[in-house]
Design a protein around this ligand. Structure first.
Ligand code: NAD
Length: 492
């Protein structure tokens, strides 16, 4: 798959993935129906995957249940589970080209981004939770009766993991790695549009030594496979990442059976540029915050709030820089912005741009679909919208930036906090006191100062308000995959 190009180094060619099957109880299995997988860069069908029915999901849950109740994984010492997770990280690195090419083909991500971010991040996630698997210790507690009291951290059981289309590898590994570290078993339902890397990961996890039935993958629709997983009584915990609308539904269903659920949902972050910002840092951070992953990332910064004295300067900078950003084939190593992951995602972004025009917005850059096959949208900058516009208030999930002026710090904070979302936020300032003061007031699960999207498996990530509840990453993620048992032994 790797060829050597003497101008830009290793270059990946488009893979031709074999038709995908379901992975249940350590076996590959056909589905009754199949679903097309589309290359967003061309619009062509590249392969098909099995479409799981509710009966397939049931079989996967039964396999995960048996592996948890009767298999070795939950009882394997943490140190041994750690070795397996470390082998997963090694296999990810040794099969990096294959993972990069598959993910780029499926999602339309530039291979350079996919290599540096997606694949490297998941290797680091498995390494991080490999270390954590060795320190899942309980505590002893002093109590005023003759008894010895201690706690143990136990795995929860069968985890139903439901993931979105935009970061298939990262957002599944952010669930599977801590869940495995704690000794759980898993049924993973990847997004219907981008299922391929989940199947590769099932291969890798098995090769690393994860026992049969501990990881199961059911490709298929949200309405059938996702719903069946949510509602299955054999599932002990749901880990969901996706839109706020589906997350709300998932929370209602989980609530009926009082099943614990973590929810990583939509976002619409504000990025505040104060007049004391270092302008050299501002340019890169603003661009990254809205075009990274073609704007299809939950923690994007699509709402740019600019101190009024800098407003015209920032718009001038964006008008100059944005049209020159390289949009193109994800397999071209010079591409910065690939296509959107699917036709429906492109159509949604176009609808918001059309609405912005009817509301009198000034299109500072972009605004059009590229005149080529595939789902390409020019990176787009919009100014002059009314502050209550849906274009500003709702999650567009594309490479579209709105720019608004503000007059003072209080107004900037109020504008930043004015949507129902609270996943991420960011600010640019060289004033240390202001950085801390504003970070404390922003309603968001993570706040970045003087850069954007600084993430690491050690740093907890998750939302407030309608961006979700619970945290992924960091030791905090293990809380979601363990429960504490207290044991009190009478010494009388
Ligand atoms: P989506 O909500 O449409 O789908 C997410 C997953 O839910 C998919 O696997 C889908 O098949 C499944 N699903 C759909 N209906 C279901 C149902 N009735 N029952 C069970 N499962 C169902 O989201 P998407 O379009 O794939 O992803 C984009 C959204 O995800 C955006 O809102 C984005 O902000 C959010 N997101 C959040 C984070 C985060 O960490 N907070 C990360 C990435 C994406």
């Amino acid at each position: 798959m790797t060829t050597v190009d003497d101008r830009v180094g290793p270059v990946l060619s488009r893979p031709e993935p074999a038709p995908g099957r379901l992975f249940i109880a350590g076996q590959w299995r056909e589905g009754a129906e199949r679903r097309n997988v589309i290359d967003p860069a061309t619009g062509n069908v590249v392969t098909t995957v099995a479409e799981a029915t509710a009966a397939d999901v049931h079989d996967a849950v039964v396999a995960a249940r048996a592996a948890f109740d009767d298999g070795p994984w939950a009882r394997t010492p943490g140190r041994e589970r750690a070795r397996v997770l470390h082998r997963v990280a090694d296999l990810i690195r040794s099969r990096a080209d294959e993972l990069v090419a598959t993910e780029s083909l499926d999602v339309g991500k530039p291979v350079t981004l996919c290599r540096a971010v997606d694949v490297e991040t998941i290797a680091e996630q498995y390494e991080y939770y490999s270390a954590m698997a060795q320190s899942l210790d309980g505590a002893t507690r002093q109590i005023p009766i003759p008894a010895h009291a201690y706690t143990v951290r136990e795995p929860i059981g069968v985890v139903g993991a439901i993931t979105p289309f935009n970061f298939p590898l990262i957002l599944s590994s952010s669930k599977i790695a801590p869940a495995l570290a704690a000794g759980n078993t898993i049924v993973h339902k990847p997004a219907e549009d981008t299922p391929l890397s989940a199947l590769l990961m099932a291969e890798i996890l098995t090769e690393a030594g994860v026992p049969d039935g501990v990881i199961n993958v059911v490709t298929g629709s949200g309405a059938v496979a996702g719903e069946a997983l949510l509602r299955h009584p054999g599932v002990d915990k749901i880990a969901f990442t996706g839109s706020t609308a589906v997350g709300r539904h998932a929370a209602q269903v989980a609530g009926e059976s009082l099943k614990p659920i973590t929810l990583e949902l939509g976002g619409n972050a504000a990025h505040i540029i104060f007049e004391d910002a270092d302008f050299d840092k501002v340019v890169g951070a603003v661009i990254k915050a809205f075009v990274f992953n073609t704007g299809q990332f939950c923690m994007a910064g699509p709402r740019l709030l600019v101190a009024e004295p800098l407003y015209d300067t920032v718009l001038g900078m964006l008008a100059q820089v944005v049209p020159g950003l390289p949009v193109g084939d994800p397999f071209d190593e010079s591409t910065v912005i690939g296509p959107m992951a699917g036709e429906r995602h492109l159509a949604k972004a176009q609808e918001y741009i059309a609405l912005a025009r009817t509301q009198g917005a000034r299109v500072v850059a972009g605004g059009e679909r590229l005149d080529s096959p595939g789902f390409y949208l020019q990176p787009t900058v919009l100014a002059g919208l009314p502050s209550d516009s849906r274009v500003i208030r709702e999650e567009i999930f594309g490479p579209v930036l709105t720019v608004e002026p503000f007059w003072d710090e209080q107004e900037a904070i109020a504008m930043a906090n004015s949507t129902p979302y609270g996943l991420a936020a960011g600010l640019q300032t060289e004033n240390l006191a202001r950085a801390h003061r504003v970070a404390a007031r922003l309603q968001a699960g993570i706040v970045w100062v003087n850069d954007w999207a600084m993430l690491d498996p050690a740093v907890p990530f998750g939302g407030v308000k309608q961006s979700g509840s619970g945290r992924e990453y960091g030791p905090e993620a293990l809380d979601a995959y363990t429960r504490t048992k207290s044991v009190v032994i009478s010494l009388a």
